[in-house]
Design a binder for this molecule. Structure first.
Ligand SMILES: Nc1ncnc2c1ncn2[C@@H]1O[C@H](COP(=O)(O)OP(=O)(O)O)[C@@H](O)[C@H]1O
Ligand SMILES: N[C@@H](CC(=O)OP(=O)(O)O)C(=O)O
Length: 518
């Protein structure tokens, strides 16, 4: 018989659990409990993000970014005090959570060593007066390293054989240059394999940071990179499941903070999850899905404070087909308003009423409306518009176009426009450059402080009239629509509305188009 102690661990499946920074900051003991209980069923690799004691915007990664900015300005008192506060935070978090004085002393030594190393990079950046993408990556990687030492000590304090794996120095087969592409991820997952071969029966506690990445991890993947890192770990281990533990029960039919009637979804497809996360429901980093799903590894979102909750599973299509019986019964009944296009043709589909899966909102949207001066053909007009966007590194979230008109919606990662009313002006160099060039193609208009409202659902491709229903319900409630777009995938219908109306739009759509029958 298999023992809980791990003696026959080789028989168990690998499961990868990823813990976010706020979970590590607020619920370290809950994390240790979940790990202990998961180990009874599976082999476990634990991937940790950098600690945040309150909100992520004030957590360790954010502090490290501030320290790097201060180093670039050659301001030693500022970055030294940030490093001291990071070290203190970690020590203060460890004191009440570790029973063993020896473990606490060893952990403090690790914390001090890593923060000394951090200071070396900050001082170098100070001397050079700049922080290269590579140096910035090394600086932020310290957040995940400190966090891993903390969690590994917590597990050791409970008698578990946990040890830290630092992925920040793992190199891919090919030295990475240029853009990150699928080949890079595959090489990376392959390069991780030997790292885990050495773990034996121990529990690897892995940094949710991977490097080195061409051009820098932050610019290519962005904040929230630990989900993607955990996905690559899951692939390299051939894990049976990737679990992402959060402070939310799972993925809901709308943001549960804003729509109290939103329902927890027991399963969703990878494409739905990707659309939802890209369009504002940032429960998981949008790049994560593609990697894990390629390998048919399910992703489960679970609540760190509710270990018995089943959460939401993002199920690869192949697995969904084989589990369709369970899913159909797990999915909520659908409203009668929309029927499959195939109604009456295919027996199994005939009675399968359709409904959207979720509605989501993405704020901070700027729309550029460009009306062609008709001196170029419509094909030439669109071609030149896209060449301008490419040149000025603007990536579009949503497009709507006709022969002479194109509307482009952008997410404002940074401040693009400033001022009020007549004094509103573009402050971003790339946007200014693009708008100036577009003005040669036709009349340009800008509308900012907008939001994208997206209706997402795999079944929507068979729902006749769903776009019309969405627009008419918004119209009925006096919500003005700036632009409309239905994605090529047919699983997303999006429109742009004034940001002030966005949450109301989400609620109205949820109330009117998602009828949950008990
Ligand atoms: N459809 C959705 N389902 C679940 N959460 C959503 C959805 N849309 C937006 N959210 C928000 O995403 C957040 C994700 O959970 P949380 O673990 O608190 O985030 P963080 O990554 O900041 O730690 C929640 O605050 C939740 O309100
Ligand atoms: N620590 C990084 C990476 C990350 O994924 O964070 P989290 O898992 O807490 O969202 C960040 O703050 O962006």
């Amino acid at each position: 018989m298999e023992s809980d102690s791990g003696a026959l661990n080789f028989r168990k499946d690998w499961v990868v659990q990823k813990y976010g920074g706020t979970s590590i900051g607020k619920f370290p003991n809950e994390i240790a409990n979940i790990i202990c209980s998961e180990l009874k069923r599976n082999r476990l690799a634990v991937v940790c993000s950098a600690r945040s004691s309150g909100i992520k915007a004030e957590g360790t990664t954010t502090k490290l970014l501030k320290a790097a900015a201060e180093a670039a300005k050659s301001n030693p008192p500022a970055y030294k005090s940030i490093v001291t506060s990071i070290l203190d935070d970690h020590i203060q978090a460890a004191i009440p959570n570790l029973r063993s004085p020896n473990l606490l002393a060893n952990l403090t030594v690790e914390f001090e060593r890593e923060t000394r190393d951090l200071m070396k990079y900050l001082t170098a950046a100070d001397t050079l007066g700049e922080v290269s993408p590579r140096t910035l990556d090394i600086i932020i990687s310290k957040g995940e390293i400190l966090s891993c030492y903390f969690i590994a000590s917590l597990l050791q304090d409970r008698g578990l054989d946990a040890y830290v794996i630092d992925l920040s120095s793992i190199r891919t087969v090919e030295a990475p240059t240029g853009d990150i592409n699928q080949g890079f991820y595959e090489d990376y997952a392959e390069a991780l394999r030997p790292v885990f071969l050495e773990s034996g029966d121990r529990i690897p506690v892995v940094t949710g940071f991977f490097g080195p990445v061409p051009g820098g991890l932050l610019s290519h993947v962005g904040r929230g990179y630990t989900d993607l890192c955990a996905a690559l770990v899951a692939i390299s281990l051939g894990a049976s499941e990737l679990q992402i533990l959060k402070e939310v029960e799972g993925i809901y039919s709308a943001d549960p903070r804003k729509v109290p009637t939103a329902r927890l979804l027991s399963t969703i497809t990878p494409s739905e999850a990707a659309e939802l996360t890209f369009y504002g429901s940032e429960v998981i980093h949008p790049f994560t899905m593609e990697q894990v799903i390629r390998e048919s590894i399910p992703i489960r979102i679970r609540n760190v404070t509710n270990p018995s909750g089943t959460g939401t599973t993002i199920l690869p299509d192949s697995l969904e087909a084989s589990a369709s019986k369970n899913i159909t019964s797990a999915r909520l009944p659908t409203p009668p308003a929309f029927r499959s296009r195939k109604s009456g043709i295919n027996g199994t589909l005939t009675n399968r009423a359709k409904r959207p899966t979720a509605v989501t909102v993405k704020n901070r949207i700027l729309v550029i409306n460009l009306r062609s001066n008709k001196r170029t053909s419509s094909r030439g007009f669109l071609e030149r518009t896209f060449a301008i966007l490419d040149k000025w590194r603007l990536s579009v979230d949503l497009i709507a176009s006709s022969e002479v008109n194109v509307s482009l919606a952008f997410y404002c990662h940074r401040e693009l426009v400033r001022g009020d009313g007549e004094r509103r002006h573009i402050v971003d160099i790339d946007l200014r450059g693009a708008v100036d060039e577009m003005a040669r193609l036709g009349a340009v208009g800008l509308v900012d402080e907008m939001a994208i409202v997206s209706l997402v659902g795999q079944e929507m491709k068979n729902m006749v009239g769903i776009s019309g229903a969405m627009l008419s319900v918004l119209g009925k409630h006096n919500i003005n629509i700036e632009m409309i777009s239905q994605g090529a995938s047919e699983i997303n219908i999006s429109c742009v509305v004034d940001q002030r109306d966005a949450d109301r739009a989400m609620s109205i759509i949820h109330t009117n188009l998602f009828t949950f029958l008990e």
